[in-house]
Design a protein around this ligand. Sequence first.
Ligand code: NAP
Length: 278
Amino acid sequence: MKVFVTGAGGQLGSDLVRLLDGHEAITPDRSELDVTDSGSVAGAMLQTKPDLVINCAAFTDVDRAQTDADRAFSTNATAVRILAEAAREIGAHFTTISTELVFDGTKSGPYTETDSPSPVSVYGQSKAEGERHAGTDATIVRTSWLCGETGHNMVKTILNLLDKDEPLRFVDDQIGHPTFTADLAPIVLELSLQRRPGIFHATNQGAVSWFQFARAVAAAAGEDPTRVTPCSTAELRPVRPAARPANGVLDNAALRTVGFAQTRDFREPLAELICRLR
Ligand SMILES: NC(=O)c1ccc[n+]([C@@H]2O[C@H](COP(=O)([O-])OP(=O)(O)OC[C@H]3O[C@@H](n4cnc5c(N)ncnc54)[C@H](OP(=O)(O)O)[C@@H]3O)[C@@H](O)[C@H]2O)c1
């Protein structure tokens, strides 16, 4: 298989590229291919003719998106349309990644793939529009709270704070599924190889608040978890520009339906990541 991966230098993209042994991988970084440039995307597809296009590129700074909506929408929505159309043109299957932030968090239980998006931030709105642009023939993988070896994420932030003896206060009123790119990448690749159309929620298991997650990171790093203290979103200072859903828990219902095994509890890949980082 010839697999074209955008955003290959990001958290998920770099773990996906590691899985492509035995496939022909085309992995342009942002300096080689700007996914918002339709002419360059169409040219790259026609030149390389991949079987699969997997889009891991995104503008992922949720707070900055509030004041840079143009960049959020061009990268997270328009570029998805550009990539989907270019892939369709050459008969390649298209996969793109979305987020729990397409939901407003007011549901009392986990969100399933049939729940309607109702984003409360610019980032969430741009990703929801990206889902619509991907088309019904695409694979859309919604995930949450991504952590990997490459790039920035909350595990690295918490480890840094622990190292510096900084106070660790995390909100206890936003819950979600921490998800590790080492576990997510094989699911994204397998869904793409199977050319499965539709929306799939794919996360690790074990719903926690950010406070509980920070304590789990401290425990896994051999530090005292009680150094992490809870606060409410209303108490956070400075106030974060983008609203986050109180409930960002995604039920992986569609994956179960098509026969995927349940993913691991997040504490297992968390321990593995901390071993690799330390
Ligand atoms: N991070 C999370 O917690 C989270 C949660 C749920 C869903 N997701 C989704 O999961 C996917 C992967 O996220 P991630 O955490 O792996 O993201 P990431 O680490 O921020 O990587 C995104 C990549 O996209 C590249 N990129 C940005 N704009 C581009 C452009 N115009 N053209 C080409 N490449 C561009 C970035 O390059 P530069 O570094 O050069 O900017 C970076 O390599 C995204 O769709 C994201 O929305 C993420």
